[in-house]
Write a protein that binds this ligand. Sequence first.
Ligand SMILES: *Cc1c(COP(=O)(O)O)cnc(C)c1O
Length: 388
Amino acid sequence: MSLSIESKCLHLEKDEAVREDGKPACNHYGSVSFPIYQTATYAHPSVGNSTGFDYSRLQNPTREQLEKVVCQLEGGIDAFALSSGMAAISLMMELFYPGDHIIADSDLYGGSIRLFDNVSAKNAISFTRVNCATENLEPLIKPETKAIYIETPTNPMMNVTDIAKTARLAKKHGLLLIVDNTFMSPYFQNPLALGADIVIHSGTKYLAGHNDTLAGFIVTNRADIQERLRFLIKTTGAGLAPFDSWLVLRGIKTLPIRMEKAQENAAKIAEWLKKQKSVVRVIYPGLTEHPGHEVMKKQARGFGAMLTFQTDTTEHALSVLNHVKLIQYAESLGGVETLITYPTTQTHADVPEEIRLKNGITPATLRLSVGIENVEDLINDLSQALSY
Ligand SMILES: *Cc1c(COP(=O)(O)O)cnc(C)c1O
């Protein structure tokens, strides 16, 4: 029986629910909530016999259950749960060697840019950073190019890259296509099905969904990459802890209804913001005038709940941050609570100012992660915060 995505957030498909040795996945006393196996190590029944687990850095039953759920949501052959999104991206970067070259979008999560510029560069991996939504990438490919790294929509400017088209180019030149799918979550978009090789998630965001834990994921559909990553996670040791794995498992149970509600709120707020005198630009891919709207319709099942807007003056933007009451001025996104972020000094503070401005991130740019509150309450809050 093949399950719908809503059911896949709650149940494993039958063949996923058994371990490689054919034994059913841990299911004690019919517990409906998957147990938290808070253990570092596992006793062996006898020499040459194993429960299937040896040591929790390698694997833990709660983490394994979570990895299976995320794997089936993204349609991969394996998923890896890490201690944060950045831990996932850092582990993924261990697939590359000194001398390798990667084409990466110019508008990415600030932490990814920090990692690439300061850590990957030190390891002699070089990057060409361009707007992957609009540039022709083919002339940028060099003999040492190994991968294309994108987010779509991007953070925070919501540029939309055509995943299938980029995947065809990557295949033609033997490159990996890596997609950070955090903004859409597997509920709205599945890059592997569109030709990507690796999907990244900050599980801290929509997957966990409650602003209460950090987590990160790598999902792949390539056996060679799977094997390498299993070696790397066991060797470098940033696997997600059992309790945090359980929190994400619990969060995923409501992923579909959270995504639907947050998206519905975001669409209403985008329309409302467009009508405000002090708002000069609203960037939300669900708006028909958004340049990526048609591509999103083709490659995703929704437009998500992230939106960026620009006020007429910097003072107005700062005033909004100081006056919101229900909406909280905080970094992060994808949780049930609506958060407003100031990319200039928060998420993108480490991006050099000239690149920030070139990408369109001005001191009047605000990013909203719309949550699941009553939308009238959110609009009333924005209205009073914009009135100063
Ligand atoms: C937050 C985020 C990350 C980093 O994830 P952490 O869990 O904070 O380490 C990576 N990519 C995107 C798009 C993000 O929003």
